[in-house]
Design a protein around this ligand. Sequence first.
Ligand SMILES: Cc1cc2nc3c(=O)[nH]c(=O)nc-3n(C[C@H](O)[C@H](O)[C@H](O)COP(=O)(O)OP(=O)(O)OC[C@H]3O[C@@H](n4cnc5c(N)ncnc54)[C@H](O)[C@@H]3O)c2cc1C
Length: 489
Amino acid sequence: MTSNAPDSVERADVVIVGSRCAGTAAAVPLVRAGHKVVVLDKARFPADTLSTHVLVPNGVSELKKMGALDRILALNPARSTHLRITDGDMVVCERYKPFDGIDYGICVPRNLQDECLVETAREAGADIREKCSVESVVWRGGRAVGVVYRDPDGEEREIHAKLVIGADGRRSRVAAEVDSWTPYRGSKNGRGFAFRYMDDPKAGTSQHEEMGVYRAERTVGLTLPSTPEGRVLAVWMCPAEDVSGFRMDPEAAWQQKLDGDPVMADRLAGAQNMGKVRSTADLSSYYRRSSGPGWALAGDAGHFKDPVTGNGMRDALKHGRLLGEAAAPRLHDPERLDAALAVWERGRDLDTLSTYHWGNRESRPDPVSDLVREVLRTFAGQEGPDLSDTFNRARPIEAIVSPTHLVKGLVAALRRPGADRKAIVKQALGELPLEWHGRRNRLLDGFRSTRPTKTERPDWTVGNAPGPPSYRPAADPAPVGADVPAVAA
Ligand SMILES: Cc1cc2nc3c(=O)[nH]c(=O)nc-3n(C[C@H](O)[C@H](O)[C@H](O)COP(=O)(O)OP(=O)(O)OC[C@H]3O[C@@H](n4cnc5c(N)ncnc54)[C@H](O)[C@@H]3O)c2cc1C
C-alpha cells in the first residue's frame, strides 16, 4: 500500500507488530532510548498461544535484561535447575551453567508469561495496543514507513514510523507485506508435537526440578515442572504422522506413547488432573530474509526452528532486544539504520544457525541410533554443565559435541558386546555429512546463503508457502549471498 500521509495519520518513531517475546524485547531498549514506540497486537492479554515454555538460564537472563524477571518471579514460577537425558541405560544429569548470576530455568505457561512481558514493556513506556490487527505495510519510495491496522472497534487506522518491526510470529503478515513470506532456507520437520499439563506425582522431590528428556525408539519425550506450583508439562515429539492419532483419540494416543516409553511412563505414573492434549505437525524450520529498507522481522517472523531445542523464546527475546538496541541510535538516519538492520540479521543468523541445524537433526523421525546413544554417554557421570550447554546456549553445538566426543562415541559403540558394527559404521557415515554441512553453513557459506545443507529435508512448508525459495529481493541493500555492509559508527 502507498500513502500520501494525510495529517490525520498518527506518527511514532517505531511501530512493532506483535507483543510477545520478540515484540516486547525490541520495544524496551527503544523506549529506554527515548523513542515513541507503538506496539500493535491482535490478541487481548492474557492470551495463550500454541507453545510450551522451556526457558533455560540463558533465556531467563534475557527476562532480567528486559526488566520482566521480578514480575515473573512474583508468580512463584516453577524452576528447573537440572537437565536429565535418558536413552535406554544411558543417563546424563547436569546442573545448568549460570548466566548473569541465574542458575535456573523457569517454566511459566505462555498466557501468564506473555502478560508479564506486555506489562513490563508498557511500564517502560511502550504504547501497547491490544485487539489491533495489522493489515498492511505502508510504503514510500521503496521504504516501509508505517502500517494500516484495524482498531478494537473495527475502524481502519494508519500509523507512520521510521521503522516497522514484524514480531508477529510464524504466519507473519509483515513478512508477507515486505515480500519476504517465502523463506530462503528451510527444512521439513519429521516430528510432530503433542503436550498436556497435569499434577506432578514427583512434586516436592528433586525430580520435579529437572527438565527430563526421554529418547526411545522414534519418539522423544519431555517433562518440565510448570506453574502454578506442583504441575508438570509432558510432551511427546513423535513422528509427524502420529499427530493424526492425537487428534482422533488423544487419550488412546497418549497411552500408546506411555506404553512405548517405560522411563517416561514411570516418571508420570500416578499423575492426576490431566489437562487437554494439544498437538501440531506444522513445525517446519526456516530463515526468512529479515531486514530491508525501514523494516525488520524479529522472533518467529524471521526464523523458526524445531521446539526440541527449547530455544525459540530465548532467541526471540535476545534478538528482539539486540534489534531494538541496534536501531535505537540510528532511527534518524535511514541509510545507517538499514545497514544496522542487516548487521543485526547477520548476527542473529550466526548465533542461531548451529541450533537450527541441531534442531533439524533432532527432528528426524528415525529410531534413536546406537552411535548417537554412545556419543551422549561420553557426557555421563558428571554433574557440572557440559551437554546441557546445548539447550542453555553457552557454546555452539559443534563446540560441545566435539570431534573428540564423536570419535570416543564411535569407538565405544563399535566395542560394545554384540554391537552390529556394520550398522554403526553406516550410521557414522550418515552423520558425517550432517556434521560437516552444519559447520560449513555457519562458518563459510556467508550471509543469507541458499546453498542447501544435508541437515535440511525438502518439501517444507510454512502455512501455504512451499519451499524451495522463490523470492529474490529487487532492491535490497544486502542481497542474497552478499556480505553485510559495514555500519558507520
Ligand atoms: C508447539 C510449540 C512448542 C514450543 N515450545 C517452546 C519451548 O518450550 N520453549 C521455547 O523457547 N520456545 C518454544 N516454542 C517456540 C516459541 O513459541 C516461539 O519461538 C516464540 O513464541 C516466538 O515469539 P514471537 O514473539 O516471535 O512470536 P509469537 O509468540 O508467535 O507472537 C506473535 C504475536 O503477534 C501477534 N500477531 C500476529 N499477527 C498479527 C497481526 N496481523 N496484527 C497484530 N498482531 C499480530 C499475535 O497475536 C502474537 O501475540 C514452541 C513453538 C511451538 C509451535
